[in-house]
Design a binder for this molecule. Structure first.
Ligand SMILES: *[C@@H]1O[C@H](CO)[C@@H](O)[C@H](O)[C@H]1NC(C)=O
Ligand SMILES: *[C@@H]1O[C@H](CO)[C@@H](O)[C@H](O)[C@H]1NC(C)=O
Ligand SMILES: *[C@@H]1O[C@H](CO)[C@@H](O)[C@H](O)[C@H]1NC(C)=O
Ligand SMILES: *[C@@H]1O[C@H](CO)[C@@H](O)[C@H](O)[C@H]1NC(C)=O
Ligand SMILES: *[C@@H]1O[C@H](CO)[C@@H](O)[C@H](O)[C@H]1NC(C)=O
Ligand SMILES: *[C@@H]1O[C@H](CO)[C@@H](O)[C@H](O)[C@H]1NC(C)=O
Ligand SMILES: [Zn+2]
Length: 754
């Protein structure tokens, strides 16, 4: 996966003078994220479903059970298989896994399965010239960072392990003075700029810790500051917290000092392959020349905290403030440069950018009554190394879900709608496989896909289910999670534990479980944000509230092994089983229910709450410019009324009238599409969803109404104020129009007669 919330956007304000703006927007973003994330709807009546499980007009085999047959031992065996060898995108192992999955799906009983290749831009270290970070003394190297991670358990040393690197890094061998920039967020650079203007960043090499924001944004921020290179490291404060008895791999789940986080540096904004934006990377594709505008123009390289300690320990300059201190046993200093002025730092980076083939595998079970309506479920297959967490825990669960559907199919069952299984390639490089697929089949998917259910890493912790979703699917997810037994206590439901551990509102005894906004990046992004397919994604998660960490510690390192998963996360694979069961049950519900289990009222509640937050933040400022929220609230009131009215229409639908059923189901399916603006968000044309977008600034937040919020961001300090206010006005209108489009979507046989 791209980490939780890790879906950055290119900075709209790349110049130093604008950094101040970003801190504020980050604060607003966090505020919105928290408020919106916790916003709980008072439950109204649902739009949907007199008899959700009935199979009117279908093969008389109602209510098939896809929960009980999901078997934990099978998932464990699958994970063992998928973690045997490293399987990075574009490698022979990625292809052979794709062929394995295709063959397996046929054997399991799916109606068809095939490979779909795309030739995309990928990136690898150069085997001949190894990437490294060196300390030079009078020009001679006295130290260099590890060329690869230490082998800490027998078997973690497959020859195909790719050394730590940052995909799409620029090549180069810059030398310079080292400057420490905390997390390399815009607000970190702003702080440096404001309080240490004597430190000239131009021409320096930045060292920054991983965490909080997407690494691609760190690269762009460092580049905008004038740095010649960026060294990223995982500080123990974020990846090996001393929680009393600190144990690092292989003795515990924390990251050892030799571990480094691989990952791409491509702020893709849902483009997919950087060379073929908007179109599938097929043999006939037109490949653009200036694709590298979205890629870093400086070398970027990840190291472990063992190596970082020597770099940081040698630095000179002022001691940093407490918030900037990590947990290494050194005095953290800003720099620039080393204490010993005869020393400086050098990066040697020869990471390539090259076109290779990646493969999606597409499996299919043909629906009986509505075969042209697709319920799409998916998971990516490529991993940086062994990928026991990311994504192979998801792949292991996926193969068990497909087995259960295949068995049913073999026994004669057919779902009402078709089920599409997508095993995506090259997700780690920027959601390439899924995005190219959405681009290739854009017309068909935009018109016919009912929903997309994503699982990237099935298990990232052992604490609680964690879900992000479009509001349309909340009720379907709650209902399914009530049917799935809890992995720790099989006598209670997954729903109960999820609600206890991640309540939407901890102070409300009747709270619902928390479902986060769709924000950040895994393969749901092209479905949801490009073409408006209602989407959700889930994982079993760690107890992040108390840990305050940005990812599970060994994320994207060589230590993401089967042993790690089995020993520290899910020894009995019951958490995998729970996620697989929920995945299968939501898919079954979507594929079998006569009326789609979508709840329009939840959407009304959610977006009204989100808009209230936007209004509270900006109403006064906007009023001074003569901008009113009246139209938007008029549209919201209309949306609310239309949803209520539509519930009546559904409840009165003749369940034997296939035409009538098709009509209401199409309306439900089209609702999410109403929020798609074909022109896209300002400056982010492939992100086209008006209500939700991955946050441009920070880690957990998903921006609601990103077009408005981004344009309003510290507008009073913008240099181009008139232009910015025009964007605000335009986005207010676009939003009104989108909501009003949702209204017309829900209106029965719209007669255009007022
Ligand atoms: C790796 O580096 C060598 C030596 O400079 C060079 O000849 C080769 O072309 C590079 N490989 C790639 C894939 O760029
Ligand atoms: C950095 O310095 C170079 C000249 O050494 C100059 O051309 C460039 O504009 C400077 N960049 C910034 C961001 O100040
Ligand atoms: C400074 O760098 C040298 C050379 O790698 C290393 O031996 C030394 O331990 C470093 N100093 C500190 C305080 O980390
Ligand atoms: C930096 O160098 C000075 C002498 O040049 C020395 O006294 C001091 O201890 C050094 N500091 C560190 C952190 O190595
Ligand atoms: C969850 O994982 C943590 C860290 O490995 C471990 O300490 C804890 O015992 C685990 N809890 C359960 C219920 O397995
Ligand atoms: C809301 O509906 C009313 C009644 O149809 C209509 O007059 C009004 O223009 C609608 N609001 C917007 C923003 O279109
Ligand atoms: Zn992943």
């Amino acid at each position: 996966m791209e980490m939780e919330g890790y879906y950055g956007k290119k900075s709209k304000w790349p110049k130093p003078m604008f950094w101040g703006l970003t801190a504020f927007l980050a604060a607003v973003g966090i505020g919105l994220g928290v408020i919106i994330g916790h916003f709980t709807a008072p439950k109204g009546p649902e739009c949907a479903v007199p008899t959700p499980d009935s199979n009117v007009g279908s093969t008389p085999m109602p209510g098939v059970n896809v929960i009980d047959p999901i078997n934990a031992a099978n998932i464990e065996e699958n994970l063992r298989y998928f973690t045997k060898v490293p399987h990075i995108a574009g490698s022979p192992a990625e292809r052979s896994n794709a062929e394995y999955i295709r063959d397996k799906w046929i054997e399991q009983g799916l109606d068809s399965a095939k490979l779909v290749p795309y030739d995309v831009l990928l990136s690898y270290p150069n085997d001949t010239i190894r990437n490294k970070v060196s300390i030079l003394e009078d020009g001679n190297e006295i130290f260099h960072s590890r060329l690869e991670e230490a082998v800490l358990r027998p078997g973690d040393d497959h020859p195909d392990v790719v050394p730590p690197f940052n995909a799409y890094s620029y090549q180069g061998e810059p030398e310079g003075d080292l400057v420490y920039a905390n997390y390399a967020r815009v607000e970190d650079f702003e702080y440096l700029e404001k309080t240490h203007s004597d430190i000239k960043l131009n021409g320096t090499i930045i060292i920054a810790r991983y965490g909080k924001i997407f690494r691609g944004n760190k690269a762009l921020n460092a580049q905008a500051a004038g740095a010649k290179g960026l060294i990223l490291y995982s500080d123990p404060a974020d990846y090996a917290i001393d929680d009393g008895d600190i144990k690092v791999y292989p003795d515990g789940w924390w990251l050892p000092e030799t571990g480094a986080q691989r990952g791409n540096t491509f702020v893709s904004d849902a483009k997919g392959d950087p060379v073929t934006p908007g179109y599938p990377a097929k043999p006939f594709a037109f490949r653009i020349d200036d694709y590298d505008t979205a890629l870093p123009k400086i070398p970027v390289h990840p190291i472990g905290y063992g190596d970082a300690q020597l770099l940081l320990g040698n630095m000179t300059g002022e001691e940093v403030i407490d918030e900037w201190k990590g947990h290494l046993p050194v005095t953290y200093r800003l720099g620039p440069g080393f204490n010993d002025s005869s020393r400086n730092v050098k990066m040697t980076i020869h990471t390539t950018r090259e076109t290779r083939t990646t493969y999606d595998v597409i499996g299919f079970i043909r629906g009986e009554i509505e075969p042209d309506r697709y319920v799409v479920i998916g998971n990516h297959r490529d991993a940086w190394v062994y990928g026991a967490v990311d994504p192979s825990s998801g792949t292991a669960a996926f193969m068990e879900v497909s087995r259960v559907f295949g068995e049913l199919r073999k026994s004669g069952w057919k779902p009402r709608r078709s089920i599409v299984f997508g095993s995506w390639g090259a997700e780690e490089y920027g959601l390439l496989g899924s995005t190219e697929f959405v681009e290739e089949f854009q017309r068909v998917l935009a018109a016919r896909a009912v929903a997309y259910i994503n699982v990237d890493s099935a298990v990232t912790g052992n604490y609680s289910l964690s879900v992000k979703s479009t509001p349309l699917l909340y009720q379907a997810i709650y209902a399914a999670s009530k049917k799935v037994p809890d992995p720790e206590d099989l006598s209670t439901s997954l729903y109960d534990t999820w609600r206890d551990r991640l309540p939407a509102d901890a102070n409300d005894p009747n709270t619902l479980p928390r479902i986060k906004n769709m924000g950040s990046g895994s393969d749901f992004a092209p479905f949801m944000y490009r073409i408006g397919v209602p989407a959700m994604s889930m994982t079993f998660y760690y107890k992040y509230h108390s840990l305050g960490i940005s990812s599970y510690p060994v994320y994207h390192s060589v230590y993401e092994t089967f042993y790690y998963m089995k020993t520290f996360l899910d020894y009995d694979f019951l958490r995998h089983q729970a996620v697989a069961r929920l995945w299968a049950e939501v898919a079954r519900d979507l594929a079998e229910s006569v009326i789609l289990p979508f709840d329009c009222t939840d959407y009304v509640t959610k977006i009204t709450g989100s808009m209230d937050t936007v209004r509270t933040a900006y109403e006064a400022q906007m009023a001074a410019q003569g901008i009113t929220f009246d139209y938007i609230y008029s549209a919201l009131a209309n949306f609310s009324a239309a949803a209520t009215e539509f519930e009546k229409v559904i409840s009165q639908t003749d369940m034997k009238d296939l035409m009538a059923l098709r009509r209401v189901n199409d309306q439900l399916m089209q609702l999410e599409r109403a929020f798609i603006d074909p022109l896209g968000l300002p400056d982010r044309k492939f992100l086209r969803h008006i209500v939700f977008a991955p946050s441009s600034k920070n880690y957990y937040a998903a921006d609601a109404f990103p077009g408005i919020v981004d344009a309003m961001y510290r507008i009073d300090e913008a240099l181009d104020q008139d232009a910015r206010w025009d964007i605000v006005k335009q986005q207010m209108a676009v939003t009104t129009h989108a909501i009003q489009s949702a209204v017309s979507t829900l209106q029965d046989v719209l007669a255009f007669d007022g």
